[in-house]
Design a binder for this molecule. Structure first.
Ligand SMILES: *Cc1c(COP(=O)(O)O)cnc(C)c1O
Length: 449
């Protein structure tokens, strides 16, 4: 699909997003209405999303133009750097070449503004006044708060309580950009009150926070909801990562043998790998690896089934790998990976054998992150440490087998606001799989009764 016109020659930034739905051999299973269990139509989603995003969600057009206004904002930090981790390679003594695509240079410090900016733009254009959302570690909330401030939208964020307490700096970033932040579960919504009644000490989860945000958005015509991962249009916006990386490698005359990204809802992973999927479908050998935490193993130990995107059951049912919508993962530091489900697109790619998934415990990923910081200088986000761990293991396998492979990983963000997690690691207090419930036995919850 090397369509050179996709990337601007002048700026090096993609002018279009790549839509993998155009190339899937079978269409994705339709989302189902939470009450009727019939496929949802655009009108069902119009209560919480602008029509432009609903159209992108179902579009099968291979390339979709990026609006001028969005490109202008992207130009503030894109194209993001593609670097070779030569020091890391040397310390590992591996013949493998490790490249990383670094998304931590955005104002919010992660890949998330790639979609937040686009979503804020389309909502503003549709006349919306306020966006409501959830956030785990605070990465998505800060990306949306930043984007809303650019387009003059108000922003309300339900922040998973355990992160609200662990990560005051992310909350302060959101507030600095003008957002209103509420710890979730909260007494401000029906969903939040129901959870608190059952479990007053609930640490919260992305699923619960989504319920609260969707409830608020559905209740007002001037308020929309915004989701930072999982959905097709979110992965679409993130393909700027892979399109750029592909072009940057092409300019060096290289092509990756292995693609690696951490996987929470699937957006940075999808963003990196989707532009390479047509090549793999056409017979090119690429090992594509999604990396998740052992404590929230949706791809490696979940079931492929229709499930709700949130805890209360307000969102459409989507077919995805899921641990069950009422699964509350332990409070690990990679808050962005604490989601019960996986993107339907990634789920399909795993089902079809185009992508494989692995899981690591928290200690081993921080070990990898610290090694990366000490060799490459960048202190990665705890989420990104998962990708680094898998890349290091792959490089060590290359060393054992004496083969030279080119590995490309998504370094989805920096960890400057996650230093308390590094503190726990450096002082020997980091738990293998987070506090609270251990997932040695994957939950056998009924997914949808
Ligand atoms: C949110 C986040 C993730 C996980 O979300 P995905 O949608 O799976 O990409 C990973 N890394 C960072 C830095 C994040 O902020």
């Amino acid at each position: 699909m090397t369509d050179r016109a996709v990337i601007s020659e002048r700026t090096g930034i993609p002018l279009k997003w790549y839509n993998v739905l155009a190339d899937l051999r079978r269409p994705l299973d339709p989302p189902l209405h939470p009450k009727t269990r019939k496929p949802v139509g655009p009108e069902d989603l119009a209560a919480i999303f602008p029509m432009a995003l609903i159209e992108q969600e179902v579009s099968t057009q291979r390339y979709i133009d990026i609006p001028e206004e969005v490109l202008k904002v992207y130009a503030g930090w894109r194209p993001t750097p593609l670097r070779r981790a030569e020091n890391l390679e040397r310390v590992l003594g591996t013949p493998a070449h490790i490249y990383y695509k670094y998304e931590g240079v955005s104002p919010a410090g992660s890949h998330k503004p790639n979609t937040a900016v686009a979503q804020a733009f389309y909502n503003k254009k549709a006349g919306i006044k306020r966006l409501v959302t959830e956030t785990g570690a605070g990465q998505w909330g800060s990306a949306l708060a930043f984007s809303c401030s650019l387009f003059g939208l108000e922003c309300s964020v339900y922040m998973v309580k355990v992160s609200y307490e662990q990560k005051p700096y992310r909350r302060l970033m959101m507030q600095t950009w003008g957002a209103q932040v509420t710890p979730s579960p909260s007494p401000t919504t029906v969903s939040g009150r129901a959870i608190l009644e059952r479990d007053p000490l609930s640490p919260g989860s992305l699923g619960i926070a989504i319920s609260e945000a969707v409830e608020v958005a559905a209740g007002s015509p001037e308020v929309n909801y915004s989701l930072g991962s999982v959905l097709n249009h979110v992965l679409l916006h993130q393909t700027v990562i892979g399109l750029e990386a592909r072009q940057q490698m092409e300019q060096m005359d290289i092509y990756p043998d292995v693609l690696i990204g951490c996987h929470g809802g699937g957006s940075n992973f999808g963003g990196l790998v989707l532009p390479f999927i047509p090549d793999k479908m056409n017979g090119r050998e690429i090992d594509i690896i999604a990396v998740e935490p052992e404590s929230c193993p949706s791809l490696t130990r979940g079931r492929l089934a229709y499930d709700y995107g949130d805890t209360t059951g307000l969102t459409p049912l989507v077919r995805m790998y899921t641990l069950g919508h009422d699964f509350v993962p332990p409070g690990i530091h990679a808050g962005g990976l604490r989601y019960h489900g996986a993107a339907p697109i990634v789920s399909r790619l795993v089902e079809d054998g185009l992508v494989r998934a692995v899981a690591y415990d928290q200690l081993s990923v921080f070990e990898a992150g610290v090694m990366f910081a000490r060799t490459e200088g960048i202190i990665p986000a705890p989420e990104s440490n998962h990708a680094i761990r898998a890349a290091i293991d792959e490089a060590l396998r290359c060393k054992q087998e004496g083969i030279e492979k080119t590995i490309l990983l998504s370094l989805s963000g920096h960890g400057h606001f996650d230093l308390s997690a590094y503190d726990a690691y450096l002082t020997g207090k980091l738990e293998c799989n987070g506090g609270g419930s251990q997932v040695s036995t994957p939950p056998q919850v009924p997914i949808v009764e």
